[in-house]
Ligand binder design. Structure first.
Ligand SMILES: Cc1ncc(COP(=O)(O)O)c(C=O)c1O
Length: 390
């Protein structure tokens, strides 16, 4: 049978590939410490699970509107206006099964083949994968590791052409944990307005900031009308498996996105949206508690990495990732990640999985208990000590 040519242009993710390899080893009885996948290890808070049970009992088992339940869209708009100062109304919000569909649909609705998409890199692999799938050209823009993975504005300016159509931002940033400073966002806002670009601003880690703030570019003057804010419940509320996300965007784009939802998913599961309503309107103590635990884990990871030969790491300002340099080991990131998995039983993600600009790094996820992280870091040190010889 024949398959569409475009299927050769969509990628699988390094995180899911490493997870599959790790599961195969676990199935053979090998002990594995997971520092790979970006998934909170916490259970979804009990009040959110109870709200879903209640919604099912109340009959939220039918189709809903393609763009989301009106009361939920309105609550998201009110909450993001209050929490993040993003100017929006219910009509700007589209609810989707996870944040990923917002990325997919935003590109589907705005990009033509041959358009150029500027992506600060290393980056979450879905951005480049979807852009290339749609026939757009990915233009990587290097991040400055020595400045907390800030965007290199000169490099960005030099890469803008008459075909540039979109800039993708992700702050706090996967895989580096970097957070874009307000001054960078201001410079970016004037650049994208001058060049009439769309901005896709992935803010899914917005609550996970340990130093300073992570404002949204959509709050800056003239930006809401050209920005798609991507956000969701997976990380902040430990709801990865529920599939609940949303985008905040100009009304016309929201209408296009609703049409894409209608033709693909019909709608996001209605009882899941009711659980999302409870998540936002209930007490936020669980979020605060999880965040405090991530902060403590960050300290464990930084302390552990400091003792590993050949590895150096600056403290990440946000997310639950660290992105240490590993060039001191003399190995490529894929060689090291594969060795750590097969010989030491530790899952990490090679930096090259986030684009060639990620080479020379490993991504460590600290969405695991402090005890497991200590064990994983001990195994890493044990593996690298004889190799690096310090
Ligand atoms: C930067 C970034 N954006 C989006 C997503 C996808 O989130 P969701 O599970 O809500 O689709 C992830 C998940 O790892 C992510 O790291």
């Amino acid at each position: 049978m024949r398959y569409a040519e475009r299927m050769g242009r969509i990628a699988s993710s390094a995180s899911f590939d490493m997870l599959a390899k790790a599961k195969a080893l676990e199935a053979k009885g090998q002990s594995i410490v997971h520092m790979g996948i970006g998934e909170p290890d916490f259970d979804t808070p009990a009040y959110i699970r109870r709200a879903a049970e209640h919604a099912l009992a109340e009959g939220y088992t039918h189709y809903g509107p393609a763009a989301g339940l009106p009361e939920f869209r309105a609550l998201i708009a009110r909450t993001w206006k209050a929490r993040r100062a993003i100017p929006c109304e219910a009509a700007n919000v589209v609810v989707t099964p996870g944040a990923k569909p917002v990325l997919f649909f935003a590109m589907l609705a705005t990009l033509e083949p041959g358009d150029e998409v500027l992506i600060p890199s290393p980056a979450f692999p879905t951005y480049a994968s979807v852009a290339e799938f749609l026939g757009a050209r990915v233009v990587p823009v290097p991040l400055l590791a020595e400045r907390g993975f800030d965007i290199d504005l000169d490099a960005l300016r030099a890469r803008i052409t008459s075909r540039s159509r979109m800039l993708v931002l992700n702050s706090p940033h996967n895989p580096t944990g970097g957070v874009l400073p307000r001054a960078t966002l201001e410079a970016l806002a004037s650049l994208v307005q001058r060049n009439d670009l769309w901005v896709v601003s992935d803010e899914i880690y917005a609550t996970m900031v340990y130093e300073g703030e992570s404002p949204s570019i959509a709050t800056l003057p003239g930006m809401a009308e050209r920005t798609v804010v991507v956000d969701g419940f997976s990380k902040t509320y430990a709801m990865t498996g529920w599939r609940l996300g949303f985008g905040i965007m100009p009304v016309k784009l929201a209408e296009h996105m609703a049409a894409l939802m209608n033709n693909s998913n019909s709608c996001t599961a209605t009882f899941v949206q009711k659980a999302g309503e409870a998540a936002l309107s209930g007490p936020q103590d669980d979020v605060t508690r999880m965040l405090a635990e991530f902060r403590a884990r960050r300290a464990v990871v930084m302390e552990g990495l400091a003792g590993i030969p050949g590895v150096t790491c600056a403290s990440p300002a946000g997310t639950f990732y660290a992105f240490p340099r590993i060039d001191g080991t003399g190995l490529s990131s894929a060689e090291l990640a594969n060795q750590l998995l097969s010989q030491a039983g530790v899952v990490t993600i090679p930096g090259s999985g986030f684009g060639p600009e990620g080479e020379g790094h490993l991504r460590i996820s600290y969405a695991n208990s402090q005890e497991n992280l200590r064990e994983g870091l001990k195994r890493m040190a044990g593996h690298l000590a004889p190799l690096v010889g310090r």
